[in-house]
Design a protein around this ligand. Sequence first.
Ligand SMILES: NC(=O)c1ccc[n+]([C@@H]2O[C@H](COP(=O)([O-])OP(=O)(O)OC[C@H]3O[C@@H](n4cnc5c(N)ncnc54)[C@H](O)[C@@H]3O)[C@@H](O)[C@H]2O)c1
Length: 321
Amino acid sequence: MLYLSERDVERILDVREVIEVVEEAFKALYKGRVLLPLRTRIESKKDGGDILSMPCIIEDFSLYTNKIVSVYPGNIEKGLSTIHAVIVAVDASNGVPLGLIEAGYLTALRTGAVSGVATKYLSRRDAEVLAIIGCGFQARTQAKGVGEVRKIEKIYAYDIVAERAERFAEEMSRKLKVEIEVVGTAREAVEKADIICTATTSNTPVIKREWLKPGVHINAIGAYTPNMREIDTETIIDAKVVVDMKEAALSEAGDIIIPIREGRYSEEKIYAELGEIVSGVKPGRTSDEEITVFKSVGLALQDNAAVYALLRKYIKELSMK
Ligand SMILES: NC(=O)c1ccc[n+]([C@@H]2O[C@H](COP(=O)([O-])OP(=O)(O)OC[C@H]3O[C@@H](n4cnc5c(N)ncnc54)[C@H](O)[C@@H]3O)[C@@H](O)[C@H]2O)c1
């Protein structure tokens, strides 16, 4: 059985190929060729963390994966990553185990990739200013994912801990060759933005409707429990909202669940699932003025797709040696 480390994943995979395979996976989901139970979450209140188990089979890839992923928001203060993950991959045609993959970076990559797919279909084609709210681990691959599908000329970065935004700007301006300006408030970051990515561990909204430009597209990826949210109710009400999967969003996404609980939003108002958009069943953006929101809680199918791309490339590398 194979073992691939974080370093192997970083060396082998890049965000562009993950964007392609994640888009295929969402098409397969729409066509009913993905087996995807809701994930289970064990909340360890004593330790202030969550551990989730995320199984999936994508029939087109004949691949079963199960990711064990932990989210410990207090880790960052201890110099540890917030997220750690490991994936078991099994050949779904015969049940034979294929490998064990260290998957912290892979998780960030597939999350950046899904924002890339959503941005391709939902942002304005001429979008060039990106705002990043929350400059931790996910922020890096969010910027990469968006940068693959739109020509970004400027990034505004904001984090409640200014030093994290400074570090992000220094590292990512070099990697992406884009000017990054660190700003002192979320409002300053978003009011000039054509695209916004929120990648925080916040429980309360980090962006407000009144700050937004017409035509902005938002990828909200940080909140993944019913009580966490990054987007205010007014933005959800006014936007064309696309989710990764309705069932998951309605059980896990505070960004959607809290406005419903307040009696100001309803399930029927969700415009589409991403699979419907990438399959061409519903159009993505239809005007330059509309505000679009992609709410991602993160699906096991994204991990499965990224592992498929990883193993395919790794086996090709081996055969060329
Ligand atoms: N949707 C998905 O598929 C997906 C995938 C991976 C992670 N996540 C979630 O994304 C979130 C971020 O993950 P990470 O690995 O980048 O964590 P991280 O701890 O590395 O980064 C989070 C950053 O957000 C900042 N932050 C917190 N509250 C803020 C606020 N109110 N305003 C501005 N900045 C704020 C923190 O200072 C930190 O720099 C987590 O909640 C995680 O569970 C979602």
